[in-house]
Design a protein around this ligand. Structure first.
Ligand code: ADP
Ligand code: MG
Length: 240
């Protein structure tokens, strides 16, 4: 579903990604971890072309992402992305937040977009909040709205970039629960997170990044049970 082949990327003269290669099969949940600044956000942003790459290839569902002829808005609409800071539109109601991209990108009529939004809002347990504005919801609730908004586009895969790291501790599980449910339903997911409980529960593979390199890419059992490289070991000992 997602192929990342020998990808290198520079911000100016700074090489942020060096020869990164990994694949995510349909239905796989791949957790990406590693120290701050190791290139995790950059890597997953390259998957839906929010960041361009200078070397290598990225193919999503058979579509070459780094091809100038690729219709990027269409690609992005099929690959949902959820960020650390929910990035809801503060001046729009929850209903309008959910309907906007469906109407603008998919061309769905307003009533259909709102009905789809409401259904997904119900799924994340927030139907009663449809008329509110983002500022009236807690961080955990806003993040669940952001997930519902991404799902409303019928994505073929979902990318998460530290979706719980800006949340108060008591709100983390309400967001992780939704993500676990999605994983169990077979959604293809790439998740940057340090929530190793989540990784243990649903990940197929765990990637460890350091200084722009993918230094570990292992099955979950292998990642947690066997000796990792010294750098990964040191990192894990700090967060576990
Ligand atoms: P992570 O998500 O693992 O913390 P990032 O992908 O955000 O890492 O960043 C990797 C490195 O690239 C960091 O050193 C960061 O400062 C740098 N970086 C990130 N975004 C930019 C940018 N837009 N321009 C220049 N440097 C950047
Ligand atoms: Mg990051």
């Amino acid at each position: 579903m997602i192929e990342i082949n020998n990808v290198s990327k520079w911000y100016g003269k700074f090489q942020v990604l060096t020869d990164c290669t990994t694949n995510v099969a349909k239905g796989d949940v791949v957790v990406v971890c590693g120290p701050s600044g190791s290139g995790k956000s950059t890597l997953i942003k390259t998957v839906n072309a929010l960041e361009p790459i200078q070397q290598g290839d990225i193919v999503v569902d058979g579509i070459k992402v780094n091809d100038p002829k690729t219709n990027l808005p269409k690609l992005r609409s099929r690959v949902g992305m959820v960020f650390q800071h929910f990035e809801l539109f503060p001046h729009l109601s929850i209903t309008e937040n959910l309907a906007l991209a469906q109407r603008k990108v998919l061309g769905r009529p307003r009533d259909e977009a709102e009905a789809t939004g409401l259904k997904l809002l119900e799924r994340v347990g927030l139907k009663a909040h449809a008329h509110k504005f983002p500022g009236q919801l807690s961080g955990g609730q806003q993040q669940r709205v952001a997930i519902a908004r991404a799902l409303a586009m019928n994505p073929i895969a979902m990318l998460f970039d530290e979706p719980t790291s800006a949340l108060d501790p008591e709100m983390i599980s309400e967001v992780l629960d939704i993500m676990v449910q999605l994983a169990h339903e077979g959604m293809t997911m790439m998740v940057v997170t340090h929530e190793m409980g989540f990784a243990r529960k649903v990940a197929n593979r765990v990637i460890f990044m350091d200084e722009g390199h993918i230094v570990e890419d292992a099955g979950k059992e292998e990642f947690f049970s066997t000796e990792r490289c010294a750098r990964a070991q040191q990192f894990l000992s700090k967060i576990l």
